[in-house]
Design a protein around this ligand. Structure first.
Ligand code: C5P
Length: 394
């Protein structure tokens, strides 16, 4: 089932245009969005709680100090797929850009990985002020979608840029953001994450340092873009991304079985898991004593991605390679040998990659393009990876 955005937060900033968001709320409800309104405390000077509660038929609070037992900012952040802020005032934009969390709405924005859309409205001097210009640029860089205000008559006698656009214009802007960001609707994405473990005996195993953070970041990015996501999760302790099907595996054999089970039903396979290259030839049924532990004989594991790519029909396959030096020739060899469409050569020479939130390296495509990635967040890398395969997927 393709995922459609249904749960939306309507954030309301403390500007006179707040009253226009009552109509916006109505129009969103008509389009079957399930909307929760989160005004800032100052927005209530323009439109009060009673109006928002009556229109949304939901409880409306502005501070984390209300309904503390519900941990509302985290709950709302996890439940909602999109945060639309209208009007976004200069102060609210500045607070979000600074990463402040001084009311429920800014807490929620910080805690959420949802699509974020700002509809600014303010006096032209405030809109053109260098501080606002810089804050908007920063937020756009971080992935916020910002609609340009309309030009025309303002609240006082002035006119200029800064008016809140008409509701119908806001709705079509929103539709275009959703269409752009939901470019994986109808696609099935299979992601392997973490590291496989090979039992030596009931107590010990051979494993690796892969945390699963990169695979989970790809899963989250694919979910955000509307894909149906299955994660084959090898020994990962991270929380399951909401909306993904997560299947736990331990060994390379387990992963092989699940890959075989799901591959044909997949459009995109991302092999982010670190697969153990070998396993003990014999697994002790009881805990091995020290003297029999001096030498462990190993047998090589199959290369799962090389194996599964033999069955490739329309699937796009992305692999990862962790290297302690940026060996492009070696990455190219792996790309070919494993039947990949794209490989990310992860530079682990600094020792920072495993378990870290950041990564650096280079993407290499099957047609020989090299795209260097300077130190980036794993979520940013996930977005880049999906951008690189999207045209092939369609
Ligand atoms: O050869 P190397 O381990 O560097 O290759 C890494 C890529 O190959 C990753 O995408 C990993 O998931 C995959 N791999 C595999 N089966 C193995 C070893 C690695 O699918 N036995």
């Amino acid at each position: 089932m393709p995922k459609r955005i249904s749960k939306v937060i309507l954030g309301v900033g403390g500007g006179i245009a707040a009253y226009k968001s009552c109509d916006l709320l109505r129009r969103l409800q008509e389009r079957n969005y399930d909307v929760t309104v989160v005004p800032t405390p100052s927005a209530l000077n323009f439109v009060g709680t009673a109006t928002w509660e009556a229109l949304s038929a939901k409880k409306v609070t502005t501070q984390v100090w209300e309904s503390v037992d519900e941990v509302r900012h985290v709950k709302l952040a996890a439940e909602n797929e999109l945060i639309l802020i209208s009007p976004a005032t200069a102060d609210l934009i500045a607070r979000i850009a600074m990463g402040r969390a001084d009311d429920l709405l800014t807490n929620l924005v910080l805690a959420s990985s949802a699509i974020k859309v700002l509809i600014p409205a303010m006096h032209p001097n405030m809109w053109n002020n260098a501080a606002t210009v810089a804050n908007i640029a920063l937020l756009q860089e971080r992935g916020f979608h910002v609609m340009r205000p309309a030009t025309g008559r303002l609240t006082g006698a002035d006119s200029g840029i800064g008016r809140l656009p008409d509701t119908s214009e806001i709705l079509s802007y929103l539709a275009s953001v959703i269409a752009d960001t939901q470019d994986l609707i109808g696609k099935r994405v299979l992601i392997t994450a973490g590291g496989t473990r090979e039992a030596i005996d009931p107590v010990r195993y051979i494993g690796n340092r892969s945390s699963g953070k990169q695979g989970y970041a790809v899963a989250q990015a694919a979910l955000d873009r509307g894909a149906e996501v299955t994660i084959l999760s090898a020994n990962v302790t991270l929380p399951d991304p909401v909306g993904a099907t997560v299947i736990s595996v331990e060994s390379t054999k387990d992963l092989e079985i699940e890959l075989e089970r799901h591959f044909q039903n997949t459009d995109l396979l991302v092999m982010a898991a670190a697969v153990a290259d070998a396993r003990p030839t014999h697994v002790g049924t009881e805990k091995l004593k020290k003297d029999s532990y001096r030498e462990i004989s190993l047998v090589e594991n199959p290369d799962l991605v090389a194996q599964i790519s033999q069955q490739k029909r329309k699937q796009i396959i992305v692999g990862f390679a962790a290297e302690t030096s940026l060996n492009i020739a070696e990455a190219n060899r792996k790309l070919l040998a494993k039947g990949l469409d794209l490989i990310y050569l992860n530079d682990v020479s600094t020792g920072e990659i495993f378990g870290s939130d950041s990564t650096q390296g280079v993407f290499i495509t099957a047609d020989g393009k090299e795209i260097p990635v300077s130190k980036s967040n794993k979520a940013t890398l996930a977005g880049q990876l999906l951008d690189l395969v999207i045209s092939k997927l369609n």
